[in-house]
Structure formats: C-alpha cells, structure tokens
Design a protein around this ligand. Structure first.
Ligand SMILES: [Zn+2]
Length: 418
C-alpha cells in the first residue's frame, strides 16, 4: 500500500527506521557527525526515533557555510549534483545531492500533485525567475522543453506582457499553473483588469510556492479561478516539505524526513504552538544534514484530516525569523502585519527595509488611487504598530526590484542578531 495511506503509527515507524539507518551511517562514514556525536557522548544506537533527536545539536546555516566541504561524506562514490540556496540572510549555501535523493524529491512532488489529478509530464505554466545570462537561460529553456512547461518571467509582469503571455498560454493548453505567489497574483490582477476569463483554461490546480499566500492573494485567486488553489511549502535543498490537500490541510512528508518544531531552547513545541522548523532529510547520504534549521517558523498540528492521506499536519508557515520588525522596546512585530496595513487600494507594490531599531524605509509603487493624503494615512497606520519613535521614510518607485530568483520580498531587516 502506498505509504501515505498507511496509519500514522506505521508512517512514523517507517520514518524512525530510516532515521536510525541514517544516524548509524553518518556515525561510521561522516567524520563531521562522528565528531559531533562524540563531543556529546552519544552512541548512534541511542537515537531510536525523532524523540531522541534533541540529544543532537541543531545545524545552523552558518555552520553549513563554514563546513560545506567537510559535510560531504568522504568516499561517497556516486555522481553528485549541486543545489544552491540563496536567501534573505545573504548567504549562498551549496548542497550536494546524489541522484537517488533528487529522484525521491521528484517522486514526492508527483505524489502531492496527484492529489489534484496532475500526472508526470502534464503541461505546466511556470511563473518563475529567468536567469540573467544567456547561457543559463538557454539551459533553462531546454529543461522547460523537456519537462513540458513554459515559463512566464516573474520579472516581467505588466499589462502588455501579460496579454501576450496569455495568448501563449492559451495555445499551450496547460494542465496547471505553478510558481511564485506574487507573480501569479500579478498576472491575475492584469487578467481581471483586461476582463479575461482564466477558467476557460480548465486548469486542474494553481500551485503557489516560495512565498506566503496572504488573504488578499487568496481572495483574488478565488475570484478568477474555479480550480483548487494550493500552497506548497518546500525549499530548494529539501524539495517539498508539506503540501495542502483538497480538504485544505497541510500534510508533512513525514515518511521521508523528520520535521521538528523547536522553541528557543531547542525543545519540541506542543501541537498548535509556534516553533522553528528543523529538518532531517532521510534520503540524503552524500551530504547528510541532521537537524538543519532552515529558518522558517510553523506549528505542528495533532488534528486528523479526512482526505484519506494520513501524513501528519502542520499549520501555515508564519514566515522567516528575519521577517520580524523589531522596536526599540524589544517588541517583535511580524512584517505580515504591516503588509496588511500597506496593502490597500492606493498602493500597488511595496517593500520595507528596517535599517536599524529606529529607521524604517518604505518603497511604494503608487496605484491610481494614491492621493495627497495617502502618505499621511499610511504613516499613521504604521505608527499604530511601531510607535511614535520610529523614523519612517517613504520613497516612490515605478517598480520594486525582485530578488535574483524573481521573488518579491516584502520586508528586509538589516538588523543583525535577530
Ligand atoms: Zn488531507
């Protein structure tokens, strides 16, 4: 029987079995981990399941960066592939993966897509970044062709380009949309404005990834699509970690990875409580990452889902640790809160930078409804949360620059040591 339909108890037993195998392997084959285990006086056979993992230290991004070479298992005689992850912290990490681990990531992906009737090779419209150099662009084009997908540049979402892209999409006859939430959102805004009915495409699903879906995204998607809108939680280094099912619940890929939710003392939080997400990918042997802190926050859930899949649930990601605005008084305010504040009819795009504890810089792309009192209103709304002491500066742009990946980040904190 397909593992996802087995009982939760069986799924967890399978996970723990894979974990003991990985721990045992790293102890005997990976000097980096052997040293770590020995420092803490741990024998591999003492780690019998996810509950014992808290005896091992958490692996931070900084440690990975400092140990990129030594984390790779010596004498691992298979071809390795590199996966890069950039990110808000400004660090670029390189992860080495063996073919089997990558193939498994794809298998997990199609298992999830299949919940919506999407099959391997089904036509995809991908709202994504486009490489800057022509050589890399060419490589991506070949990949897109082989994988039966077309790409809509997340860097180029405008009224005129969207109309052209829509014609291209119609001819292509896709089965589903996939991509960055803000890119699909931007595209939908223009389609709505132009009066184009996206339902004529008969999509099976719209899968949003990499950026949190806010209520205003959801609202527009529900308006313009009749198919399911799905959010995927994954990372370039681990693939899909959790995926939303037809009943609206986020199922974790527990049969392939240990997903822990930790408090500030590295202890597991209770169901429903917010914790840092820490991942142990159970199929990566070339460069094992045991208890990797990926920098996201989420809540484990002990609820059950009626969709038939018994993989356990988690609740929506609260965003990254560095997504919090800090005030002089030591208050942490989630940037999403300010996103709601700024997201009104007068502003079409925005981005905030917290320079230091006293200074917030807000870039705004005005919408036609922006008028002479808008700035004052926005300033007032922001101050309700941030207090009178914060120096808030507004600057106006025609377009907010995207990250290298094509993603739009709403908020960047330049304060160290959050
Ligand atoms: Zn479900």
């Amino acid at each position: 029987m397909d593992v996802q339909f087995k009982s939760l108890h069986e799924i967890e037993a399978l996970r723990d079995e894979k974990l003991t195998k990985l721990i045992n392997y790293t102890y005997h084959s990976a000097p980096f981990y052997r040293k770590r285990f020995e420092q803490d006086g741990i024998r591999p056979e003492e780690i019998k399941g996810i509950g014992d993992l808290n005896r091992l230290p958490v692996l931070s991004k900084r440690e990975i960066l400092d140990n990129e070479k030594t984390l790779i298992t010596p004498n691992f005689n298979q071809k390795l592939y590199t996966r890069k992850t950039g990110g808000s912290t400004g660090m670029t990490l390189h992860f080495m993966k063996e073919a089997l681990a990558l193939a498994l990531n794809d298998a997990i992906m199609y298992r999830c897509y299949n919940w919506y009737g999407i099959e391997i090779g089904d036509k995809q419209v991908r709202f994504w970044g486009v490489p800057v150099t022509s050589k890399l662009r060419w490589k991506e084009q070949i990949k897109d062709f082989i994988l039966n997908r077309i790409r809509i540049s997340a860097f180029d979402i405008s009224e005129s380009s969207c109309l052209k892209q829509y014609e291209r999409i119609k001819k292509f006859r896709p089965v589903y949309f996939y991509g960055y939430t803000t890119a699909i959102y931007g595209f939908c805004l223009f389609m709505k404005k132009l009066g184009i009915d996206l339902n004529s495409l008969n999509l099976k699903a719209v899968i949003c990834t990499a950026e949190k879906m806010y209520p205003h995204h959801q609202q527009l998607f529900n308006e313009v699509f009749r198919c399911p809108i799905v959010d995927e939680y994954g990372s370039s280094e681990n693939g899909i970690l959790a995926f939303r099912c037809k009943k609206g619940n986020m199922h974790m890929m527990t049969d392939h990875m240990c997903i822990e939710f930790l408090d500030e003392n590295n202890q597991q939080v209770k169901a429903g409580e917010l914790g840092r997400i820490v991942i142990t990918d159970l199929a990566s042997y070339a460069m094992p990452l045991i208890r990797y802190d990926i920098g996201d926050m989420g809540r484990p859930s002990d609820k059950e889902c009626s969709c038939g899949v018994n993989l356990p649930l988690m609740e929506i990601i609260e965003g990254r640790k560095e997504d919090f605005i800090r005030t002089k008084e030591g208050k942490l305010i989630h940037a999403a809160y300010l996103c709601y504040t700024l997201k009104d009819d007068t502003v079409s795009e925005f981005k905030m930078y917290q320079k230091d504890l006293h200074t917030l810089l807000v870039y705004i792309v005005k919408s036609p409804a922006f008028n002479s009192i808008t700035e004052k209103m926005l300033d007032k709304k922001l101050r309700t949360a941030l207090g009178e002491d914060m120096k808030i500066t507004f600057e106006y742009l025609d377009r907010i620059p995207r990250e290298k990946s094509g993603k739009l980040r709403y908020f960047v904190s330049e304060i160290d040591n959050l």
